[in-house]
Ligand binder design. Structure first.
Ligand SMILES: C=C(O[C@@H]1C=C(C(=O)O)C=C[C@H]1O)C(=O)O
Length: 260
């Protein structure tokens, strides 16, 4: 069973297997988020800087929604959890919630790693066009809210690389230490890569997209063998080209600082 890392039991029992279970569960979250976003057409005005002017703000509607939503969630304490990473880190108010003592698993340098800019660019410049249909139905605010759910799910999964790297380091510090001391990114990348696991992930996410994206009917004879709500090959490509490589970038960035 996948448990949140802020559970003290799981912090003690944190293993590569338990982290991989969590990554597997997060696949469901990501795929359902994509399915929800795919209900809307591309709705390009949401991303157009000249579409609207919100008072005191310059930028696209989606940037406005992300910044304002994150500001609210920051006040409510969301980003005090080391699993969460904001997309607008420079504009955030402090938490107004009582502090929670999250179990300290990571090296303190982890806090300086946030690759959401790369995730943002990947999502808007590459992924979005692959799983939405061209068109405009005017639902820009709901579309932007759906985008943020996708971005947050992807970000959480990709930044989980910090915890994966920590466990890999703890399991074999003597293998990692020389590469960390010589700040050798390529050697670290090689050490932490497990191709057999990556192959399974690609196949499993395609299968999940097929299962989760089916039309469910009570009459099996009439079951529509139609299109999936999100193309399984796009989900597999998302993981192969972006999610897993970015997770590994986070792992390398974390390990480079692990002995600071
Ligand atoms: C996350 C891990 O590290 C690497 C990244 C993977 C991923 O992002 O799914 C899978 C295998 C590894 O190459 C892991 O070993 O589970």
């Amino acid at each position: 069973m996948a448990m949140a890392l802020n559970d003290s039991v799981s912090a003690n029992a944190m293993t590569l297997d338990s982290l991989r279970d969590s990554l597997i569960r997060q696949e469901d979250t990501i795929i359902f988020a994509l399915i929800e976003r795919a209900r809307f057409p591309t709705n390009s005005p949401a991303y157009d800087h000249s579409y609207a002017k919100f008072p005191g703000y310059s930028g696209s509607l989606v940037q406005f929604v992300v910044r304002e939503t994150e500001a609210l969630l920051a006040k409510a304490g969301k980003f005090t959890n080391p699993e969460e990473h904001p997309f607008s880190p420079n504009d955030l108010p402090p938490s107004e919630a009582p502090p929670y003592n999250f179990t300290k698993v990571l090296h303190p340098a982890a806090a300086s790693i946030n690759i959401n800019k790369s995730i943002w660019n990947m999502y808007f410049d590459k992924l979005l066009a692959l799983f939405t249909t061209p068109g405009d139905d005017g639902n820009y605010a709901s579309t932007a809210a759906s985008d943020l759910v996708c971005l947050q799910a992807l970000s959480r999964r990709i930044h989980y690389g910090k915890f994966v790297a920590e466990v890999k380091f703890r399991e074999s510090p003597r293998e990692y230490e020389p590469a960390i001391r010589s700040q050798d990114r390529d050697a670290l990348m090689k050490l932490l890569t497990v191709e057999s696991v990556e192959e399974l992930v690609k196949k499993r996410v395609a299968k999940k997209a097929m299962v989760f994206g089916q039309e469910v009917t009570l009459d099996d004879n009439n079951a529509k063998k139609g299109k999936c709500k999100v193309d399984p090959s796009v989900v597999s490509r998302l993981y192969a080209e972006w999610v897993m490589p970015l997770t590994k970038v986070v792992q390398v960035e974390y390990l480079l600082r692990r002995l600071d």
